[in-house]
Design a protein around this ligand. Structure first.
Ligand code: COA
Ligand code: AMP
Length: 676
């Protein structure tokens, strides 16, 4: 396990990609089919206003759908399985869609969308559960040269509305329902009332935004004006032969999709993913990092609403002509904590990609992991990839031991760090390179992937010594899958990512270190974003929801450590004068209902503390979140009396003392209740 200073093929590839990007990426670009080849690999413009500008593969034209589907079918692989859908919540297993069938569905749906007014450059919003038509929707949009924007099906109407308002979609693709919850909690969630409400809130209604609805047998919805039945419309298009055989290529730097992510404010940021960089970067990474080749099987247990789902459920597996497992269920409760391992064994999965929180949930039922590992044949499994949040060293060590005993020879646990903005892993351990792999270094997220220049810097942007904590930043240009701007908000890209270090580095919002051997350790966020079960939320948007409570005068949300989800949102509220008598349980329930209704159940609160003047601030009125966070972290782990540093900028140190006391009382009650 010991890390060494030896140079491994992964180190060599990184240094080549940074010192001569053209030499590194040109052969990668040649692996794809272009409608028009790019004029060069990388175009860098002179620094302007302290900002770097670059373009990957400029002046080229490419169709992502062509590269994921058409070229494989044309090459004679039409009968190969593209998607295996496994849906324990609907009792559906081993539902296979071939490359040829998927391409046909995409061509027909593209014909439907064209008939609904979608054309090159239009936006299509997708709000779907984890069913095969969701992938058809994304591919059909790209087949038309249009831009998709997938919104996670767990977001409440208000959050969805913000995304609709920003994307201004021509059409929204949705289903009649999603199916949630494990054993005893199973419930069908009708989607149409949520989507209709979101459209209403977004003020798109009346502006021609149409809905196409996939009716599921678990809940069939009566459609209203402007809403079309997906299957019936597909049949009509097929009868009329008005489907689209040929895809529409787009410019290399045109968007393939936008995906919204949380920032410091309540307004989500639309990350723009460019067509060519995305295709070239993912096609390289799926082989290089994941070791996935044509005919292999990858199971990414995420959701198409997140970037991990976009990259490793939808696009990368099919670029490589592999098979992707699409899973509609949970790691536990659908029906058991053995589900992931059943899937690996049933479909001979080569790579499983999930979030540490899912393993924590599974471990509650199989603490040493060996019950399920012994029960199943997992010899096909070559890698267990973990991302979305920090993996504790103990988790890596336990699963590495299990992989070594029960899975393919040389199988590794790979902690990989990345973000919506990066589009693909920034760090990890490459499984697909010839030659020795870098050794696992538990607690770190591996070493940088090609094209990513990762540094730890102090607050002035100066690189800190190896092994010292700092802000984790990226040198520019970013690797080809990385973003270059935000949807219709280039200024926010500059202010949100570049200004902090005067344009010299791109701020990732993460803190950590690069150690002596070049391994990257990601420890925490430096901004007001929290990770809940590997989902990213802005504390600002949760605060906005809480402020809608008529009794709340002020609030502050931070992440409270949680043994299952990593963190859960925790609120400090200062009530207005008329609220003196509300019981804490009632207040919690009312505030939590607001958060669930406005953001979604996935943002459910872990607790609320109320009091008068308990939110410490700086003299300029900024909430001292670090202090609040530290108080909660200490108390929730049983350190009720631990002192916190008082920043010199504090407006009133007594507020911190008061806050500490309320936190202490709250958590000692909570700990006592837990013991009973
Ligand atoms: N649609 C509607 N509601 C949803 C939803 C969706 N797509 N996804 C989650 N929810 C709801 C759940 O039903 C639950 O509602 P409830 O509070 O009324 O019961 C709530 O949101 C919280 O769900 P979840 O975060 O899934 O918590 P859980 O306790 O049900 O399960 C885990 C815990 C750890 C099993 C679960 O969080 C999990 O699978 N995490 C992995 C996440 C992941 O893979 N992320 C990948 C990002 S790379
Ligand atoms: P998202 O954009 O939702 O994918 O969230 C990205 C953020 O998740 C990163 O900026 C990190 O804060 C966190 N994250 C992702 N992967 C890891 C990892 N392997 N280790 C630690 N944090 C991670």
């Amino acid at each position: 396990m010991a890390a060494s200073t030896q140079l491994y093929p992964q180190d060599v590839a990184l240094s080549k990609s940074l010192s001569d990007p053209t030499k590194f990426w040109a052969p990668e670009a040649h692996k794809l089919t272009w409608a028009k080849p790019p004029s060069c690999v990388l175009e860098e413009s002179p620094v302007k206003d302290g900002r770097k500008y670059w373009k990957w593969f400029p002046n080229g034209e490419i169709s992502t759908t062509y590269n994921c589907l058409t070229r494989h079918v044309n090459a004679g692989y039409g009968e190969q399985t593209a998607i295996i859908w496994d849906s324990p919540v609907t009792d559906t297993y081993n539902h296979r869609t071939s490359y040829a069938q998927l391409l046909k569905d995409v061509q027909v749906l593209a014909g439907v969308l064209r008939g609904m007014g979608v054309e090159k450059g239009s936006c299509v919003l997708v709000y779907m559960p984890m069913i095969p038509p969701a992938l058809t929707a994304m591919y059909a949009t790209s087949h038309l040269g249009a831009i998709h924007s997938v919104v996670f099906g767990g977001f409440a109407p208000a959050e969805c509305a913000k995304r609709i308002a920003s994307a201004q979609p021509e059409v929204i693709l949705t289903a009649s329902c999603g199916i949630e919850g494990g054993i005893g909690k199973r419930r069908v969630i009708p989607y149409l009332p949520l989507v209709r409400e979101a459209v209403r809130l977004s003020e798109m209604k009346g502006k021609g935004c149409k809905l196409l609805v996939w009716q599921r047998p678990q809940h069939v919805e009566v459609l209203q004006n402007g809403e079309k039945d997906w299957k019936a419309t597909m049949e009509a298009v097929q009868r009329r032969w008005s489907f689209m055989i040929d895809g529409v290529p787009v410019g290399s730097n045109d968007p393939l999709y936008t995906i919204y992510t949380s920032g410091t404010t309540g307004i989500p940021k639309g990350v723009v993913r460019e067509a060519a960089g995305h295709a070239v970067g993912l096609n390289m990474q799926i082989k290089y990092l994941f070791g996935i080749n044509a005919g292999d099987v990858i199971f990414t247990a995420s959701d198409i609403g997140w970037v991990v789902g976009h990259s490793y459920i939808v696009y990368a597996p099919l670029l490589a002509r592999a098979t992707t497992v699409l899973f509609e269920g949970k790691p536990v409760g659908t029906p058991s904590a053995d589900t992931f391992w059943r899937i690996v064994s049933d479909y001979q999965v080569n790579i499983l990609f999930t979030a540490p929180t899912a393993l924590r949930a599974i471990r509650r039922e199989d603490p040493m992991g060996d019950i399920f590992f012994k029960k199943r044949n997992l010899r096909s499994l070559q890698g267990l990839f973990l991302a979305g949040e920090r993996s504790e060293a103990s988790v890596i060590e336990l699963y590495q031991k299990l992989l070594s005993e029960f899975c393919a020879p040389g199988a590794l646990v790979v902690d990989n760090w990345w973000s919506t903005e990066s589009g693909s892993p920034i760090t990890g351990i490459a499984l697909g390179l010839d030659g020795p792999r870098i050794p696992i270094n538990p607690g770190s997220a591996g070493k940088p992937m090609p094209g990513w220049d990762v540094r730890a810097v102090d607050d002035d942007g100066r690189e800190v010594k190896r092994g010292e904590m700092g802000n984790i930043v990226l040198g520019m240009p970013l690797s080809p899958t990385g973003f270059r701007t935000l949807w219709r908000d280039d200024n926010r890209f500059k202010t949100g990512y570049l200004d902090r270090f005067n344009g010299a580095w791109l701020d990732t919002g993460d803190a950590g270190m690069v150690d002596e051997q070049g391994y990257v350790h990601i420890m925490s966020r430096t901004d007001d974003v929290i990770n809940v079960a590997a989902h990213r939320f802005s504390t600002g948007s949760i605060e906005q929801a809480i402020m809608c409570h008529p009794l709340v005068a002020e609030c502050c949300v931070i992440g409270m450590p949680d043994s299952l989800k990593g963190h859960v949102p925790f609120a400090f509220v200062h009530l207005n004068a008329s609220a003196a008598s509300i019981a804490p349980e009632t207040l919690f329930s009312e505030i939590n209902t607001l958060v669930r209704a406005q953001i979604g159940a996935i943002a459910s609160l872990g607790g609320v503390i109320q009091g008068n003047r308990i939110i410490p601030k700086t003299r300029s009125g900024k909430i001292l979140r670090r202090v609040v966070r530290e108080l909660v972290e200490n108390a929730s782990s049983g350190n009720l009396d631990k002192t916190v540093g008082i920043p010199p900028t504090v407006e009133d140190a007594e507020v911190i003392e008061r806050s500490k006391l309320v936190v202490k009382n709250y958590f000692s009650n909570r700990l006592q209740k837990a013991k009973l």
